[in-house]
Design a protein around this ligand. Structure first.
Ligand code: SF4
Length: 305
């Protein structure tokens, strides 16, 4: 069975080689309305468990074939932390990568639901980058959007992620996916942002549906998302931007500093929102040491000092 797919180019992480821990089909403890996979009843444990040695052998074959990548991205046609041998697998992959001169980083994409479990947190320690989703911060919205298996509650998820955030030395990245009429109410988004401020990830990716989804739901427009961004004050928010969002304006140095004090802006934000003279003013602030240029998960952010 093929566990490795790609590589694909991801703007957020560079060249990514995928490792699918559930290639036979979807195995997830959520059934999100926006899922790009088919709708399926959520499960609390994997029914089909792949052999870790076979997964490692498949990764080895791919790397020996000359594929060069920045990250090995672990996914699962569902939730990868349901994989019961995750810790052992990561250890084996680490041992394999030690034989390569410029090994890729290990990245896992999770729905965050099992970070409260101690041995899941221990397995996650083996990754360089852990990305989790948070689409709700109250039970009502969580039930509607993520449609989790029985017994999974959003307060426990947030608690588990916050605990993991304190223990993890790697890069922790959050993703918020907004669905029109489900979790885009400003009060609900404020609750998500409050939870994220408590977790303090290195970066928060905010997006909406951009591919066909399991259920008939609608995306937010780019201006809808833009209007909600101030609610994420204090967090490094990254929004994938399309051409339509480019609306460069003029900012003086004081305005730039005031904006960055409220919310760090990514390089993409700067290109989309600042006209050329304002971009030059920003560079001067960087040179003067009033603005810091920091990287979070491969994305450059500008932050007021
Ligand atoms: S957590 Fe991911 S795989 Fe699982 S249902 Fe949601 S979007 Fe699909």
């Amino acid at each position: 069975m093929a566990f490795v797919f790609g590589p694909v180019h991801s703007r957020r992480f560079g060249i990514s080689l995928g490792v699918d821990l559930s290639p036979s089909g979807k195995q997830c403890n959520f059934d999100c309305v926006y899922c790009e996979l088919c709708a399926a009843k959520p499960m609390s444990a994997m029914r089909e468990v792949a052999n870790a040695t076979e997964i490692v052998a498949d990764i080895e074959r791919a790397l020996q074939s000359g594929i060069v990548c920045d990250v090995l991205t672990f996914t699962a046609n569902g939730e990868p932390t349901l994989y019961p041998h995750l810790a052992e697998l990561v250890m084996q992959v680490r041992a394999l990568l030690a034989r390569f001169p410029a090994p890729p980083k290990l990245l896992i994409l999770s729905n965050g639901s099992r970070f409260g479990i101690k041995n899941v947190r221990e397995a996650l320690q083996g990754f360089d980058i852990v990305k989790f989703s948070l689409d709700a911060a109250n039970e009502r919205v969580f039930r509607r959007v993520d449609r989790a298996a029985r017994g999974i509650e959003i307060d426990d998820i947030i608690e588990g992620i916050a605990t993991f955030a304190q223990e993890f030395a790697g890069e922790l990245i959050a993703e918020v996916l907004l669905v029109k009429g489900y979790n885009d109410n400003p009060d609900d988004v404020t609750q998500i942002a409050d939870a994220l401020r408590r977790i303090a990830p290195a970066r928060v990716d905010v997006g909406t549906i951009d591919r066909p989804s399991a259920y008939k739901v609608n995306a937010l427009s780019e201006s809808d998302i833009e209007a909600l961004l101030p609610l994420f004050w204090g967090l490094r928010v990254f929004v994938p931007r399309r051409e339509a969002l480019q609306c460069p304006q003029s900012y003086d140095a004081a305005q730039i500093l005031a904006t960055l004090r409220r919310r760090p802006l990514s390089k993409d934000d700067i290109t989309a929102l600042f006209d050329k003279p304002s971009q030059q003013r920003l560079q001067t602030l960087v040179q003067n040491g009033e603005v810091a240029r920091e990287e979070a998960g491969g994305i450059v952010f500008y932050c007021a000092r």
